[in-house]
Design a protein around this ligand. Structure first.
Ligand SMILES: Cc1ncc(C[n+]2csc(CCOP(=O)(O)OP(=O)(O)O)c2C)c(N)n1
Ligand code: SF4
Ligand SMILES: [Mg+2]
Length: 351
């Protein structure tokens, strides 16, 4: 894989966050993706979100599969832990890492081919197990890396660059994530930083399985008339259900004059999600109505974006399994070897 390190020159007056890091400290190597690729904008949004949350980069684990999208972790958070796994296998590697060390912040980055085609089963099981992670699919509706074949998220009737029409039904990963029990589900667009950055921030703070489907046009193979994942198409059909703010227990400084109802959702860790409702009838805390709303808007030809569903009090895989607190590599001998009496009890239970 091509690797171009960035020169480490910081302007001395660059702003720093609460832990003394500049935005540049959250960057990675220089991107080798095509100029204008939506995936680069998502990397920029991830950098911005982690900087704004004051996350120490070495406490983040970024994992991916194979594809242009899965190459992107090289281009952000250079000081984080990274694992570029096999095609479609990021979710199981992430699940294992999370079981071994629950103390890190897990960020899974994948593509529509990686997650909706070869990795669909892996995606499904990581979501239904409630792995505490932020799972971002950079969805361009094609296999970009292998030169533009339709993926499982390409809409029926959409056109490939050379004119072929897709005849297969698409998989909507947002609806799937909702059905599988994800406790945070959002969709956004790589060209909408105002919506995407707070959505990623909220997902990173969410203590459960958080899924974001991010439409990310492939400028090389899927940005033409007839594509439903092009910049023009998404701009024309984007319907935001809400506008998102996160309050980190500090008093917000900005004043908000936008019209529409305001919904406040207090999360487990005390942070507050403030949702400015743009669409009447969308309740982001009701899974069934969220699913119905997606179907209803789909029939009207709209792509619903924003925070579509959130469970403010989620449980995660560790709570479900009753695992020990802390990372496995710091357990002492006494924790690992409970003694002969405990073993006798287990054996007696099996007789
Ligand atoms: C097991 C296996 N099968 C097929 C491939 C070939 N391959 C590499 S990337 C890719 C599709 C990537 O598509 P997507 O996840 O949508 O990423 P994008 O490049 O569009 O960002 C395929 C089929 C592979 N690397 N490994
Ligand atoms: S081929 Fe498409 S997805 Fe891959 S880097 Fe180029 S524009 Fe991005
Ligand atoms: Mg793709």
């Amino acid at each position: 894989m091509t690797f171009l390190p960035k020169p480490k020159l910081h302007h001395p007056l660059l702003a720093t966050n609460a832990i003394g890091l500049t935005r540049r400290d959250y960057e990675g190597a220089i991107s080798t993706l095509c100029a204008g690729c939506g995936h680069d904008s998502i990397s920029a949004a991830i950098i911005q979100a982690c900087y704004e949350l004051d996350l120490p980069p070495h406490r983040i684990a970024k994992l991916s599969g194979i594809g242009c999208s899965s190459k992107t972790p090289t281009y952000f958070l250079g000081a984080a832990h990274g694992f570029n796994s096999v095609h479609g296998r990021m979710p199981s590697v992430l699940t294992g890492a999370n079981l071994a060390n629950r103390e890190l912040v897990y960020l899974g980055v994948s593509g529509d081919g990686d997650s909706a085609s070869i990795g669909l089963g892996q995606f499904a099981h990581s979501i239904r197990r409630g792995v505490n992670m932020t799972y971002i699919v950079e969805n361009n509706g094609v296999y970009g890396l292998t030169k533009g074949q339709f993926s499982a998220t390409s809409d029926k009737g959409s056109k490939a660059k050379k004119g072929t029409i897709n005849t297969d039904e698409p998989i909507d990963m947002v609806s799937m994530a909702l059905q599988l029990g994800a406790t945070f589900v959002g969709r956004s667009f790589s060209g909408d930083k105002t919506q995407l950055v707070p959505l990623i921030r909220a997902a990173l703070l969410h203590p459960g399985a958080a899924f974001i489907d991010c439409i990310s046009p492939c400028v090389a193979f899927n940005n033409h008339d007839g594509s439903t994942k092009s910049f023009d198409y998404v701009r024309a059909h984007n319907e935001a259900v809400n506008r998102l703010d996160i309050i980190l227990g500090r008093t917000p400084i900005e004043a908000d004059y936008a019209p529409g109802a305001l919904v406040e959702i207090e999360q487990h860790d005390g942070t507050v999600l403030r949702l400015r409702k743009l669409h009447e009838g969308h309740d982001p805390t009701d899974r069934v109505s969220a699913l119905n709303y997606l179907q209803e808007r789909k029939v009207a030809g709209e792509i619903v974006t924003g925070l579509i569903f959130v469970d403010a009090d989620p449980s995660d895989m560790h709570a479900n399994l009753g695992t020990v607190e802390g990372a496995l590599n710091v357990l002492a001998d006494a924790d690992l070897c409970p003694g002969a009496a405990a073993l006798d009890k287990v054996n007696a239970a099996l007789r």
